[in-house]
Each structure stands twice: as structure tokens, then as C-alpha cells.
Design a protein. Structure first.
Ligand code: ADE
Length: 233
């Protein structure tokens, strides 16, 4: 990790902007997930990477954040955005174009809701006394450029208030060429980290995701760009 203490840093040796992802910490927001497609349905199951061999179609799931809650310092996506702009990998014009494009769009949080569908359970299962309800949670997905990565924006009920909140999750295939080392066929070591080298398209897609997720995320992005990266569009 760099002097900043963040997991995303500029590596002067390789001239690359990289994130060092801890994949085995129980408290980490980075997990290994197995994505199974069964009868046209997608099932996402957690994998314990110290005990289970990683498979080629597993993903790293990262609830990527952008600001330290206590200090307000930029972390993770906040740092990536700053580094990509400072190192001229993304232009200010490009950023402002995204801000302007998304500024007046409705947000995901205000456009969707969680709802239930009710059906009878077949009598041969539980004797015919019950109905089964399935709760449907809308998920807004944006596919990233070229390695089967994607971002899911998931609607949740707020924990201690009325209404919904949006959660942003980045999914990176374990076998992506942007991930080193390749852990396929192995279990992870204690304190295993993998290095993710995002492209500029990954960064602009994550910015789009936060700009559409909710009013709160949108205003956070604009404020970070204005106050901490000095881009006032
Ligand atoms: N706030 C900061 N990062 C977030 C994320 N990934 N999802 C939802 N809210 C966030």
C-alpha cells in the first residue's frame, strides 16, 4: 500500500494506477462470489476463498466506497478518480460531460421499488395451506468495457428510516486480465491480496453508476469533484 494508506495508489514503477484488494478479511467489503446461471436464473453465492478452490468464473465483489466516513478523506473510488484525473488518464472535459449528461436524469432510487409477488404453493409440497411470496429487488446493471466486469446498483430498505437506499457493487472476474495474480484453481493464502489495474473506462462507468444511484451519491460525486479534485463543471 502507498503512503496514503489507501488500497488504491499510483505505482511509479509501472506507471499504473492500481488497487490492492484484500480478499480474505472477514470485515472487508471485498468478497469472492460464485455466479451460477441455472434455468435462466442468476444465483450469486459467497465462496470462502481460504477453504474453497477459486473457479474461473468466480468474481470479486467489491462494495467500493469513495470517502472515509470519519475523516472525509478520499478513499478507493474517490482516490481512483483523483489519480486518473491528476495523471491525465481522464480529461476534465470527459468528467464534465458525464456530470452534465446525468445531472437531470431521475435516479435509480426514486424510480424503482421493492415489491412482492404471491403464488399458491403446490399442494404436494406443504399440503396446500400456504402461499409463497417472492420479494423482487430491482438491480440496475452496467457492464464494463472488455473483461466481463459489471456494476450492480441494488435497492435496499433503509436500515433506520423510511424509504430506499442504493448500494453499489463492482464485480470483477477472478480471471480478468486486469487481476494479478491469477488465483484460479487455488485457495487464497492468509491476508491474500490481488492487484486490480482499472482502465479509464472502468472509472467512468463507476462514476456513471454513482451519478445514477441516488441523489445523495450524485451530490457526493459533484462535491468531491468540486472541493477535493477541483473540477467545477
Ligand atoms: N457510499 C459509499 N460507497 C457506497 C457504495 N458502494 N454503495 C452505497 N453507498 C456507498
Amino acid at each position: 500500500m502507498g503512503a496514503s494508506g489507501d488500497i488504491c495508489v499510483f505505482n511509479g514503477g509501472t506507471d499504473r494506477i492500481e488497487c490492492y484488494l484484500p480478499i480474505t478479511l472477514p470485515t472487508s467489503k471485498i468478497r469472492v462470489k460464485r455466479r451460477i446461471l441455472r434455468d435462466g436464473r442468476e444465483i450469486i453465492e459467497p465462496v470462502a476463498p481460504r477453504r474453497t478452490r477459486i473457479e474461473s468464473n468466480d468474481y470479486f465483489e467489491w462494495q467500493i466506497s469513495y470517502k472515509d466516513r470519519d475523516t472525509g478523506e478520499l478513499v478507493e473510488f474517490g482516490r481512483l478518480l483523483k489519480l486518473f484525473i491528476e495523471k491525465n488518464r481522464i480529461t476534465r472535459r470527459e468528467i464534465c460531460r458525464i456530470i452534465e449528461e446525468y445531472y437531470n436524469l431521475p435516479t435509480f432510487q426514486e424510480s424503482f421499488e421493492i415489491y412482492r409477488e404471491e403464488n399458491r404453493v403446490e399442494p404436494r409440497l406443504f399440503g396446500g395451506d400456504f402461499n409463497v411470496l417472492v420479494e423482487k429487488t430491482p438491480i440496475l446493471r452496467i457492464y464494463l468495457e472488455d473483461d466481463d466486469s459489471f456494476i450492480d446498483i441494488v435497492l435496499r430498505h433503509k436500515q433506520r428510516a423510511v424509504g430506499y437506499q442504493s448500494m453499489v457493487f463492482l464485480y470483477i472476474p477472478v480471471s480478468s486480465y486486469k487481476i494479478k495474480p491469477n488465483l484460479v484453481g487455488r485457495t487464497a493464502r492468509a491476508k491474500q491480496r490481488v492487484i486490480w489495474t482499472p482502465s479509464r473506462h472502468d472509472i467512468t462507468a463507476i462514476l456513471r453508476a454513482f451519478m445514477i444511484a441516488s441523489e445523495k451519491h450524485r451530490s457526493d460525486m459533484i462535491r468531491i469533484l468540486r472541493d477535493q479534485i477541483k473540477i467545477d463543471c
